[in-house]
Design a protein around this ligand. Structure first.
Ligand SMILES: Nc1ncnc2c1ncn2[C@@H]1O[C@H](COP(=O)(O)OP(=O)(O)O)[C@@H](O)[C@H]1O
Ligand SMILES: [Mg+2]
Length: 237
């Protein structure tokens, strides 16, 4: 049995099935890429895993380390160690970056030992440089980095990164890759939703390609490259 398992998950926005019988697995410490064009259902899948609604889960199971966590409310899922760095960041605009991080630290469940600010700043020098800045004035890329820092400060077992490389400068992407390698060295399991195969190939060996809510391909990132090059698959909008 895999460490993390999604089995035959189905969820809906209104009457539209946006996650259609999706099954994915991740081993402890593995990084798994979720690829697919805009609207393919990557964010909907992550939200459904996290217990966030909408979308509304209709059927299927989610298991973490053998435990069925299907249908638990988001705060319980977070407490069990799954964290989402959402594509819309959810950074508090009127708090500084540091205050945003301290809040996440304080909200860490007592079962989990949060990281220190120094540890996060050490891993993420760009976030350290932003610490006194208000959340509301950050660029889109900066907000993404802060959202990851906020997720990692709670020391989760699994981090779901939703479209984190999107809109980042090359310097930011490099730093993101370094942070991800650090998390990998700590055997944190990562699920990364992205449209950028080049970015995924730096951090993951295998993954899934979603199309209209379904898993269209699963396999190694190398196989995905071959498919893109042979024009059998398109990942862009
Ligand atoms: N809040 C929402 N209400 C209704 N439909 C939505 C909402 N958010 C996304 N959708 C629809 O759900 C489908 C999957 O979207 P999404 O999970 O955001 O895709 P991705 O993250 O792969 O770009 C799309 O058809 C999108 O239009
Ligand atoms: Mg998305």
């Amino acid at each position: 049995m895999a460490y993390f398992e999604v089995e035959d998950l189905v969820s809906y926005y209104g009457k539209v099935e946006v996650v259609s019988h999706v099954s994915i697995t991740a081993e402890a410490g593995e990084t798994v890429a979720l690829l697919g064009r805009n609207g393919a259902g990557k964010s909907a899948l992550m939200r459904t895993i996290m217990g966030l609604s909408p979308p509304l889960r209709q059927s299927g199971r989610v298991r973490l380390d053998g435990r069925d966590i299907t249908g638990l409310p988001p705060h319980r899922i977070a407490r069990l160690g799954i964290s989402l760095a959402p594509d819309d960041h959810r950074i508090f605009p009127h708090l500084t970056v540091e205050e945003n991080l301290i809040l996440a630290q304080k909200l860490t469940h007592r079962d989990r030992q949060p990281r220190s600010l120094d540890e996060v700043y050490d891993a993420f020098p760009l976030v350290s440089e932003l610490r006194a800045r208000n959340g509301g004035v950050l660029s889109g890329g900066e907000k993404k980095l802060v959202a990851i820092a906020r997720a990692m400060i709670q020391r989760p077992a699994i981090i779901m990164l939703d479209e984190t490389s999107e809109g980042l400068s090359p310097v930011m992407v490099n730093q993101l890759v370094q942070v991800i390698k650090r998390l990998q060295a700590e055997r944190i399991t990562l699920l990364t939703a992205d449209q950028n195969l080049r970015f995924c190939s730096k951090i993951a060996e295998r993954g899934y390609v979603l199309e209209r809510g379904r898993v269209q391909f699963k396999g190694s990132i190398r196989e995905f490259w071959e498919k893109v090059e042979a024009d059998q698959m398109s990942l862009m909008h």
